[in-house]
Design a protein around this ligand. Structure first.
Ligand code: MLT
Length: 411
C-alpha cells in the first residue's frame, strides 16, 4: 500500500495562480465573445531584449558544432562565464564581494525558494510576512513543518508578521523564537521596499538569535529610489545570516526562458540539534548536485548577455515600460477614488478594495462586470483580505483599456 505524504492534504485549495486561471477559463467558456484583460499573475508581456535573442542564436549555433558543443555544466551550479558576470554586474558594482562558489545558477527563484527549506530541520519555526508569496508557506506545509490551517488559512506553527496599511506594510521583528525568516523586498505582493535601516534590523536580529534570513530579491531591478538596497549583502554582517534569491524572470523577461540564481555565502552557519556549527554552502551544493543538473548552455548565454552594455540598456528600457504602466495605474486608480500602494519601486500595485467588498468578491465583480483579472489579496494571506493586487506587466494598450474599464466598474 503506497502511503502519500499527508502534509499535502493540509494545503488550502489549489495554488493561487492556477486557481485564478481555472476561474478565468470557466468565465471565458461561458462568455466566448468577451475579451478578458489580465493584470493578475505577474507574467511579462514584452519580448526578450535583442542582445538576449542574439546570444541564444549564437549559443544554439555553438551547440550544433563538434568543436563548440557543451554537455553538462560543471557541477550544475552554472557556467563560470555567467557566475563571473553575476559576481561583477550584480555585486561588485554595488561594493559587495561574492565568491563564484557562492553563486548557484538555477531555473527559477520559485524553485529555489521552494527547495531551499529542505536543507533545514523539520523543527525550525519559520516566520513569514502576511500577505506573502504563497510558495514560502506551501512548501513548508508540504515538508511537514507546520500544523493545520485555521479558518483564515493560517497554518499552525508558522509565525505570521502582518503587513497592512496600519504599519506601512513593514514587518515587525517577531517576539516569538523563530529560526528561519522569509523576507521579500521589493515586496510581492505589496510593492513595499526595505531601507538599509530596515534590513540592518533584520540582520542584527538574525545574528543575535542565530536565525537565517531567506531574502527574495526577485524584483530588485524595479527599484527606482537610489537609497534603497538591491541586495541584503549591502548590509554589514548579512553574509553570516542570509541567503539571497535573484531571478531573470521579471528583470529580463525570462518567465518562459527560466533562469535565476541563489547566493549561499560561505560564512553562513546552521546548527545541529546539539549545537554544532555547520556550513550551509556545501549542503546546498550537495543538494543541488544530487537533484539538479543545471540550466541549459543556451539559456545561460542568454542570461550572461543581460550584463553586457547593450543588454543592460535594453532591459532597462523594457523595465521602464512596466514602471510607466505602474505609474499610470496608480495615478488613474487614485483619481477614481481608490487607495493604492506600491508601484513606485516595484511592479505590483496593492490597492484597497471598496469598503465592505472582500478581495474575492472584488475579483468576481471585476471579472464578471468588466472582464478584468487581478489577484485577490486574501490569496496571499489573511492580512491580504481587503486588498487586491494588480501587476504592471501588461501591454501598455491593455493597461490603458483596463483603466477605462475600471472607470466603468460599478461596486
Ligand atoms: C506572481 O504573480 O506573484 C508571480 O508571477 C509568481 C511567480 O513569480 O511565481
Amino acid at each position: 500500500m503506497a502511503l502519500i505524504n499527508e502534509n499535502f492534504l493540509k494545503l488550502k485549495a489549489g495554488y493561487l495562480f492556477p486557481e485564478i486561471g481555472r476561474r478565468v477559463r470557466a468565465y471565458k467558456q461561458q462568455n466566448p465573445d468577451k475579451k478578458v484583460i489580465s493584470l493578475g499573475i505577474g507574467d511579462v508581456t514584452q519580448p526578450l531584449a535583442p542582445a538576449v535573442v542574439e546570444a541564444m542564436k549564437a549559443a544554439s549555433d555553438e551547440m550544433g558544432k563538434i568543436e563548440t558543443f557543451h554537455g553538462y555544466d560543471d557541477g550544475g551550479t552554472g557556467y563560470e562565464f555567467l557566475r563571473k558576470a553575476i559576481q561583477h554586474g550584480d555585486f561588485q558594482s554595488r561594493g559587495v564581494e561574492i565568491g563564484l562558489d557562492e553563486i548557484f545558477v538555477s531555473d527559477g527563484a520559485k524553485c529555489d525558494t521552494g527547495n531551499l527549506q529542505e536543507i533545514f530541520g523539520i523543527d525550525n519555526v519559520i516566520a513569514v510576512t502576511d500577505p506573502v508569496y504563497p510558495v514560502y508557506v506551501d512548501t513548508n506545509v508540504m515538508a511537514g513543518r507546520t500544523g493545520d490551517a485555521d479558518e483564515k488559512g493560517r497554518y499552525g506553527k508558522i509565525v505570521y508578521m502582518p503587513c497592512t496599511a496600519e504599519n506601512n506594510f513593514t514587518p515587525v521583528l517577531p517576539k516569538e523564537k523563530v529560526d528561519i525568516v522569509y523576507l521579500c523586498f521589493p515586496n510581492n505582493p505589496t510593492g513595499t521596499v526595505a531601507t538599509k535601516e530596515d534590513l540592518k534590523k533584520w540582520v542584527d536580529f538574525a545574528r543575535e538569535t542565530k536565525a537565517i534570513i531567506l531574502f527574495d530579491a526577485a524584483y530588485e531591478a524595479f527599484i527606482t529610489d537610489a537609497s534603497i538596497p538591491h541586495s541584503i549583502y549591502e548590509i554589514e554582517g548579512a553574509k553570516e545570516v542570509a541567503i539571497e534569491f535573484r531571478s531573470y524572470s521579471k528583470t529580463a523577461g525570462f518567465t518562459g526562458v527560466r533562469c535565476a540564481y541563489t547566493v549561499v555565502p560561505k560564512e553562513l552557519i546552521g546548527y545541529t540539534k546539539d549545537g554544532k556549527a555547520v556550513d550551509v554552502n556545501p549542503i546546498w551544493n550537495r543538494r543541488q548536485s544530487t537533484k539538479f543538473n543545471g540550466v541549459s548552455y543556451i539559456t545561460q548565454r542568454a542570461a550572461a548577455a543581460i550584463y553586457t552594455p547593450q543588454g543592460q540598456k535594453q532591459i532597462k528600457d523594457i523595465i521602464a515600460i512596466y514602471m510607466n504602466n505602474a505609474k499610470t495605474i496608480c495615478k488613474e486608480l487614485a483619481a477614481l477614488g481608490y487607495t493604492v500602494y506600491g508601484g513606485v519601486n516595484a511592479p505590483y500595485i496593492w490597492m484597497k478594495t471598496p469598503k465592505g467588498v472582500s478581495s474575492w468578491e472584488f475579483f468576481d465583480k471585476l471579472l464578471n462586470g468588466v472582464q478584468l483579472v487581478g489577484t485577490p489579496g486574501a490569496g496571499f494571506g489573511a492580512s491580504g483580505e481587503g486588498y487586491f493586487r494588480l501587476t504592471a506587466f501588461g501591454k501598455p494598450e491593455d493597461v490603458k483599456e483596463a483603466l477605462a474599464r475600471f472607470a466603468k466598474l460599478k461596486v
